[in-house]
Design a protein around this ligand. Structure first.
Ligand SMILES: NC(=O)C1=CN([C@@H]2O[C@H](COP(=O)(O)OP(=O)(O)OC[C@H]3O[C@@H](n4cnc5c(N)ncnc54)[C@H](O)[C@@H]3O)[C@@H](O)[C@H]2O)C=CC1
Ligand SMILES: CC(C)=CCC[C@@H](C)[C@H]1CC[C@H]2C3=C(CC[C@]12C)[C@@]1(C)CCC(=O)C[C@@H]1CC3
Length: 369
């Protein structure tokens, strides 16, 4: 069962109402200003909540954890796999944003399947039962990535037949469920946002992992020639894409049952991005090159060795074939479809995004001797 942590909703601060002088709206007819963010305690989820409140929406958060305080939000604590727990958080809202997932690093196949696949089916059923009109899923651009180059990939690329990991395999299953649930006859509309490499203040993964690698002396090598372009997307742009999607999703719109890449539209060499974050925090950037194929086979060898040793010891490698593929190949995507269908364009440039991100992690800055 979900635990409701606060009864009743507060009106938002009138100063935060949008610039047109009226409250923003998810519905054509002007009825729906309420939404639920499933996964609203997470990195992306918290940024979603902040921007939704700033635009004048009223917001419920449904999450297995409560990680922030706000008297403008109604919190519901529960597991999204439990439809009965979801229902109280979904009744009376126009839009559900589903951005909950176990962390990829948890490396737990059973959990990925249960939450991302069967849990998402529970979310869809609960939306239908609660009379929600729109469901916006946070998917991932990696659903089409197989570890080989993708340059300016469009949404027409087929789903990966060999996804890079099991987490991504369940993101594919999840996206298919959500898109096929689009049901205009019953006034239920679905869409999926596919971000890539989300970063920004309070991200618990990218910057902290990178700094940890730098502090333990593992950030010396550039895998490949360092020219491979990748999308890193500032969290506020990802949120902007989600909110636009919810606003433009209605009967007959081009968004119904479709997936959309949301990127910064400024692909950058993977190692330039890493170096800019590292130097911004006073760490040395990697400078020695190691050929891609050598790094890949070394990582493969290491993972085979660890698999052989697994009955005796369990060691989690930082240097894995999947990470080598992420760090050494091109994988950037076109967001033209989102531009056309929902009028998307990034609101924060990559330069500004990197500056804000670096500035937001004073505790990770290198201590000067
Ligand atoms: N961070 C990234 O670079 C990318 C993330 N995504 C997707 O974006 C979404 C959000 O990711 P992040 O904010 O980075 O993750 P996060 O780990 O910070 O947030 C996920 C939230 O989901 C909640 N959650 C997990 N299992 C739950 C359950 N059974 N019931 C209720 N709540 C549950 C967690 O408590 C957490 O608050 C995920 O769907 C992820 O797959 C997609 C592409 C890239
Ligand atoms: C584009 C994208 C999906 C980025 C987010 C994931 C990153 C957190 C990882 C992607 C490649 C990783 C990587 C390392 C750290 C974490 C990533 C940047 C290492 C630098 C860790 C130390 C090593 O031994 C080499 C790794 C290369 C790849």
């Amino acid at each position: 069962m979900a635990t409701r942590l606060r009864a009743g909703r507060h009106e938002v601060d009138p100063a935060l109402v949008n610039i047109l002088g009226r409250k923003a709206d998810f519905s054509e007819a002007g009825a729906g200003r309420s939404c639920t963010v499933i996964g609203g305690s997470g990195f992306l989820g918290q940024h979603m909540v902040e921007q939704l409140l700033a635009k004048g929406y009223s917001v419920n958060v449904f999450d297995i954890h409560k990680r922030f305080e706000s008297d403008q939000v109604t919190f519901f604590l529960g597991d999204l796999c439990d439809k009965e727990a979801l229902l109280p958080a979904l009744r009376g809202v126009a839009v559900v944003f589903h951005c909950a997932s176990p962390a990829p690093a948890s490396d737990n196949r059973e959990l990925f399947y249960r939450v991302n696949f069967t849990g998402t089916k529970a979310v869809i059923e609960a939306c239908r039962e609660a009379g929600v009109q729109k469901l916006v899923l946070t998917s991932s651009a990696s659903v089409v990535f197989e570890g080989t180059d993708i340059k300016n990939g469009s949404e027409d690329l087929p789903y990966a037949q060999k996804p890079i990991d099991y987490y991504t395999e369940t993101k594919i299953l999840q996206e298919k469920e959500v898109l096929s649930a689009n049901d205009p006859d019953n006034n239920f509309f679905t869409t999926a946002i596919r971000p890539h490499g989300i970063f920004g203040p309070r991200d618990p993964q990218l910057v902290p992992i990178l700094v940890q690698a730098a502090r333990s002396g593992k950030m010396k090598f550039i895998i490949g020639d360092g020219k491979n372009l990748v999308d890193f997307t500032y969290v506020e742009n990802v949120v902007h894409g989600h909110i636009l999607a919810a606003e433009k999703l209605h009967k007959g719109s081009a968004l119904c049952g479709k997936a959309f890449h949301i990127t910064n539209d400024e692909p950058i060499p993977f190692w330039t991005f890493m170096s800019r974050i590292l130097t911004g925090l006073d760490y040395d950037p990697p400078k020695y090159h190691i050929p891609y194929w050598l790094a890949y086979y070394l990582a493969l060898l290491l993972s085979l060795l660890l698999a052989l040793l697994r009955p005796l010891v369990t060691i989690k490698a930082t240097f894995t074939p999947m990470r080598v593929a992420l760090a050494g190949t091109f994988h950037y995507y076109s967001c033209e479809r989102a531009k056309r269908a929902m009028g998307y364009s990034p609101v924060v440039s990559l330069d500004e995004a990197i500056a804000r991100t670096v500035q937001s992690y004073p505790g990770l800055r290198r201590a000067r001797a």
